[in-house]
Ligand binder design. Structure first.
Ligand code: EPZ
Length: 416
């Protein structure tokens, strides 16, 4: 089990390049299944979930060749229409092969993703949508077995805003017979990035980025080249780390326009932020002020940034009310932060954080991806040494995070 050893106290300073977005790369890689032509992807982040998705596609028969700064995907000879449990259990995003396999090949067998630390994570909306498009779906022995001669366009209104639900059905609709209208669709930038890739492949999509997406099915999609968008959650994570340590950093190859809510919250905490094209500079010259927040679907405050802001609030001036409305169990980092001396009370989906002057280093344990990032940030500000255990969670969704933090002056090293 690998760990990170962090000596707290260093103020982060310098420049850091933002990698391609994990939550855009994963659905876009699945889009390769929709065509027999080559899909060239650049700016793919080098992280565990991307490697897992590549293995999942390769075991289906997709040929993947690494090229400078990216990879080429060729799904001309897919011969296995299945996503096995042992791959799905480690990466829930594998559910995103369901729509593409079903709409191109008429069949798919995808393991039901298990729950995870942050919640039960059902996929009922994915299944309901595909059934509305005419798919026959049986759940047996933990697998979703779906068949459809040819999916039919349908009007689908999501009971809940679902990012991968929107993405799965948008991909399924690209080759369906007729028009599909997705209502109460997710508006996340990663949905827009996927739509842009599908448009480049010849799909007919309007409304991506709004809550109503219309897709007119076509017979075939052709090859394309697409550059994955920058990761707004990695961006936010580094900015919060700089704010917490009282430093000054500049993100390069970033996009401020897709993280306005996070930047507003950082300014509310007292950070000075300037944006110059794809460069975002944050400077923190005083102790942060506690900021209250409520997570909600884009463009509201992202649930994937809640844990990182909690780390900031633990050492801020004042107290904050943090409400998590998306997942039912996304406070796993609270008891770990308490081990560092943080003052946090939890009532249902609300955490009250009372800032204290100083955290004390200790050994703590990561439970999920963004909780891991939160604990690293806390370690950067805690007095003395903090050991973060089970950092495989971190490696799933951040590219070379300790190298990037070390380059910004953090005292951080990986120990086996
Ligand atoms: C995506 O997960 C992201 N993952 C998550 O990022 C992110 O936290 C989440 O969206 C919310 O923004 C990827 O894009 C790969 P949802 P997803 O479907 O699509 C309920 C990270 O840290 N729901 O938008 O699985 C669900 O339980 C990860 O990078 C149903 O009830 O999330 C949740 O309460 C963590 N039935 C809510 O909707 C369904 O069929 C939103 O989930 C689908 C979802």
């Amino acid at each position: 089990m690998q760990k990170l050893a962090i000596q707290g106290g260093a103020k982060l300073h310098g420049e850091v390049r933002i990698s391609g977005a994990k939550n855009a790369a994963l659905p876009i890689m699945c889009a390769a299944l929709l065509s027999a032509d080559e899909l060239h992807l650049s700016n793919l982040p080098d992280m565990h979930d991307v490697a897992t998705m590549e293995k999942l596609l390769q075991q289906m028969g997709v040929k993947i060749s690494a090229v400078a700064q990216g990879a080429t995907f060729n799904a001309a000879n897919v011969d296995k229409l299945e996503a096995p449990y042992e791959m799905v259990k480690t990466m829930r995003a594998a559910i995103l092969v369901l729509g593409p396999l079903l709409t191109r090949f008429g069949e798919a067998r995808v393991s039901l993703p298990g729950g995870c630390a942050i919640g039960s994570r059902p996929v009922d909306l994915h299944i309901k949508g595909l059934q509305a498009m005419g798919a026959q779906i049986h759940i047996e022995h933990g697998y979703i077995h779906a068949t459809a001669k040819r999916l039919q366009g349908a009007r689908i209104c999501f009971d809940l805003v679902s990012v991968t639900g929107t993405e799965n059905l948008m991909m399924a609709a690209t080759l369906a017979d007729g028009v599909t209208i997705l209502e109460n669709a997710a508006r996340e930038p990663e949905v827009v990035d996927l739509a842009n890739c599908l448009l480049a492949m010849g799909a007919k999509i309007t409304g991506a980025g709004t809550d109503t997406i219309t897709i007119e099915g076509v017979r075939n999609l052709h090859g394309a080249a697409h550059r994955v968008m920058p990761d707004r959650i990695e961006s936010g994570t580094f900015l919060v780390a700089a704010a917490a340590t009282g430093g000054k950093i500049t993100l390069t190859e970033a996009r401020a326009d897709i993280m306005e809510n996070v930047l507003d919250k950082l300014r509310e905490a007292g950070a000075h932020i300037t944006v110059d094209g794809s460069r975002i500079t944050l400077e923190m010259t005083a102790r942060p002020t506690a900021v209250s927040l409520r997570t909600a679907p884009y463009p509201a405050f992202p649930t994937d940034m809640q844990a990182q802001f909690m780390a900031l609030n633990t050492i801020a001036e004042g107290s904050a009310v943090m409400v998590e409305t998306i997942f039912e169990n996304r406070f796993m980092h609270v008891q770990e932060l308490r081990r560092l001396g943080a003052q946090i009370e939890v009532e249902g989906n609300t955490a009250i954080v009372t800032g204290c002057a100083q955290l004390e280093g200790a050994t703590i344990m990561a439970t999920d991806l963004r909780a891991s990032a939160c604990l690293v940030i806390a370690g950067l500000v805690a007095q003395g040494e903090t050991i973060v255990d089970r950092i495989y969670h971190l490696d799933r969704g951040y590219e070379h995070i300790e190298a990037k933090l070390s380059a910004l002056g953090a005292q951080i090293r990986r120990i086996k």
